[in-house]
Ligand binder design. Structure first.
Ligand code: UDP
Ligand code: MG
Length: 336
């Protein structure tokens, strides 16, 4: 079955009802326009516990067009896990990751395919030249974050990239073998290596709906990125200890010197300040250790990353509805 599909387009969807039809229209137009692809493509839509009619629209699309596969997750697991679910189920030789909100234009598929062929690349990733329709807060935090991340991690995660990328099957096979729960997929793909080339593009505003990434979720995502790829923050404890220790020694020599020469240092303000600073640094470092420890704890449970409620695709494929409670890459063969 795998050889039948050459291109898989994978899109996680959370409350995307308003724009999903248009998304499908543009993706299928882009795929149909590709010479040589013929009908060998699929669009894998993953419903990540949407509260609107996303799932119904996905089902309608899947019944009307045999190219569409609609995967329904058992609840909302978040963007990266929903994307992982789609990536584990898709069957193409090449895989395009796309957000369902049309911020990344599907029409770039043709350029990406061409670059992959011509430059013999395993990954063609979209690199943002401009981002329309984003808040100043998002732009500033994203710019700061990607630059900070580059300093903290040892692998080369390119600046200003999202998950929008075309990958080869062998790259995806490696990615799918990475079992970690806190998934920062763009970083994991960079970690793999192989030949990865950028395609510069302008990011568009959302076609409809609103971002599923409020500030707190974004902050958590940033923490996942740092802790997944770097233990540098853990070393801050030693650095902070070194700095405060040196400050303590300097302060001690100052006090002893004052006592020797008759100028006794008075007042408790300085002591109180020092105690607060040291206490603060210690608590922050405990928090940092807690971040890593918490992630270790969650990893140690070895729970499945996600639960699939149902997979719907056109009857022409041999199955109209499959139920699976485990990630099940064999949805072409019905379980029920
Ligand atoms: N998304 C998801 N689960 C979530 C949040 C978002 O599957 O909990 C999907 C969403 O439908 C979209 C993609 O992930 O296709 C990117 O999300 P969004 O556009 O909200 O993020 P932003 O582009 O604002 O960073
Ligand atoms: Mg978006």
């Amino acid at each position: 079955m795998t050889s039948q599909v050459f291109l898989s387009v994978v899109a996680p969807c959370f409350d995307e009802a308003a724009g999903l039809q248009e998304f499908y229209r543009r993706v299928s137009a882009a795929c149909c326009a590709l010479p040589g692809l013929h009908s060998r493509w699929e669009l894998v839509l993953v419903n990540d516990g949407s509260r609107d009619s996303t799932l119904e629209i996905m089902h309608r699309l899947a019944f009307d067009d045999p190219h569409v596969v609609a995967i329904n997750l058992a609840r909302n697991y978040g963007h990266q896990v929903a994307l992982t679910a789609g990536l584990q189920h898709c069957r193409g030789e090449r895989i395009l990751i796309l957000d369902a909100d049309l911020q990344d234009p599907p029409e770039l598929l043709a350029d990406m395919m061409q670059m992959m062929d011509e430059q013999d690349a395993d990954v063609v990733y979209g690199q943002r030249r401009a981002r329309a329709g984003e808040t100043r807060l998002k732009l500033t935090t994203a710019a700061l974050f990607y630059r900070l991340l580059r300093r903290l991690v040892e692998i080369d995660i390119p600046l200003d990239t999202g998950d929008f990328r075309l990958m080869s099957r062998r790259t995806l096979d490696v990615l799918n073998k990475m079992p970690e729960r806190d998934r920062f997929i763009r970083g994991l793909v960079s970690w793999i290596g192989l030949r990865q080339v950028p395609l510069l593009y302008d990011r568009e505003p959302r076609f409809a709906g609103s971002s599923g990434y409020p500030f707190l979720k974004m902050a958590r995502f940033a923490l996942d990125a740092v802790t997944s790829f770097s233990v540098v923050p853990l070393r801050f404890a030693s650095l902070a200890g070194l700095i405060t220790g040196t400050m303590g020694l300097l302060s001690l020599s100052y006090t002893v010197g004052g006592w020797l020469f008759g100028a006794v240092v008075t007042g408790w303000t300085s002591i109180a300040t020092l105690v607060l600073i040291i206490g603060g640094v210690q608590l922050v470092m405990l928090g940092v250790i807690g971040e890593y420890l918490g992630r270790l704890y969650m990893e140690a449970k070895h729970r499945p990353l996600f639960v699939v409620d149902s997979i719907v695709c056109a009857p022409a494929r041999g199955s109209s509805r499959v139920r699976a409670l485990e990630p099940n890459p064999n949805y072409a063969e019905p379980v029920v």
